[in-house]
Design a protein around this ligand. Structure first.
Ligand SMILES: Cc1ncc(COP(=O)(O)O)c(C=O)c1O
Length: 289
């Protein structure tokens, strides 16, 4: 963790940044969060991330005492104070402090924490050779129970379970399905495949997080004249795809070359994936975001 942390309206030294043991996030997973990348001293797609955060909070009935512009300014000020060039920004907001799950017991404003850190990068080989992915037993939450478009703390218990399952078999990522067995997403990434020159990805309403990198990838692909279609599909479509890739804040764009021990295409990162990886890199470097 870097030197300064934004905690409940103040910039405090990280060793003094403590959250109450009865914080509702800690007790019940009652809150929302964002993970944002900083490139060259600037937060990538900050407005979009904070908009998603405020949408999560709105859906959870957590009322922020100030608006998204002020929130963005706090993130930017923290980047300056911590002299972050390239790194990771973690934003967490919880409902506040009280024992007992009834929110009427909470008399504090929401707990707000912003911290910055180094981003532990995936090994270079992962981008060169692609990821070996395995389908895990843990399903994504049913939207009727827990809306996955809310980036809620509690929802990530499923993702942690799924990651453990993938780790247990030494896979690079775990593919999570919906209750009905449709392809949803990986533990921290959205999924795409290409077939016959067209790129496919599951629609957000199926039960996935509407990734900011997913949107960026879709825009970049469309900009290169490659159609992207949102549709519901099964693992069969991935097994028989020409190529596949994942997108996410941490992973950016990463090829996926194997699923459940079946090679996807020729088992190497495909041409559309490589084109997209380059376009993504150029886009980051352009600073025009
Ligand atoms: C479950 C899940 N899906 C997809 C993503 C990718 O979203 P983004 O591109 O906004 O990081 C993430 C990462 O936050 C995630 O946790």
């Amino acid at each position: 963790m870097d030197k300064w942390v934004f905690l409940n309206g103040e910039f405090v030294p990280s060793e003094q940044a403590h959250v109450h043991i009865y914080d509702h996030g800690f007790l019940y997973g009652d809150g929302a969060f964002e993970g944002i990348r900083a490139y060259n001293g600037r937060a990538f797609k900050l407005k979009e991330h904070i908009e998603r955060l405020y949408n999560s909070l709105k859906a959870l009935w957590i009322e922020m005492p100030y608006g998204p512009e002020q929130f963005c300014a706090n993130v930017e000020e923290l980047l300056r104070r911590n002299e972050v060039k390239d790194g990771y920004i973690r934003v967490t907001v919880t409902r506040g402090v009280a024992l007992g799950l009834d929110p009427r017991n909470i008399t504090t404003p929401p707990t707000v924490v912003i911290s910055t850190d180094k981003l532990s990068l995936y090994p270079k080989s992962m981008y060169e050779n692609g990821l070996d992915v395995v389908t895990v037993a843990t399903r994504v939450a049913n939207p009727q129970v827990l809306e996955p478009r809310i980036k809620s703390l509690g929802k990530y218990l499923c993702n942690v379970q799924a990651k453990i399952e993938a780790n247990q078999v030494g896979a690079g990522e775990g593919l999570m399905l919906t209750e009905d067995g449709y392809v949803a997403e990986c533990t921290g990434d959205n999924i795409f495949y290409a077939k016959g020159g067209v790129v496919y990805t599951p629609p957000a309403y199926l039960g996935i997080l509407e990734g900011i990198t997913r949107r960026t990838a879709m825009d970049l692909l469309e900009g290169m004249g490659i159609s992207v279609v949102e549709k519901i599909f099964t693992r069969f479509d991935l097994y028989t795809a020409d190529e596949a890739f994942l997108t996410g804040t941490a992973a950016e764009v990463v090829p996926m070359v194997k699923l459940d021990d079946r090679r996807i295409g020729d088992g190497k990162p495909g041409p559309i994936t490589k084109k997209l990886e380059k376009a993504f890199r150029d886009y980051i470097e352009s600073g025009d975001w």
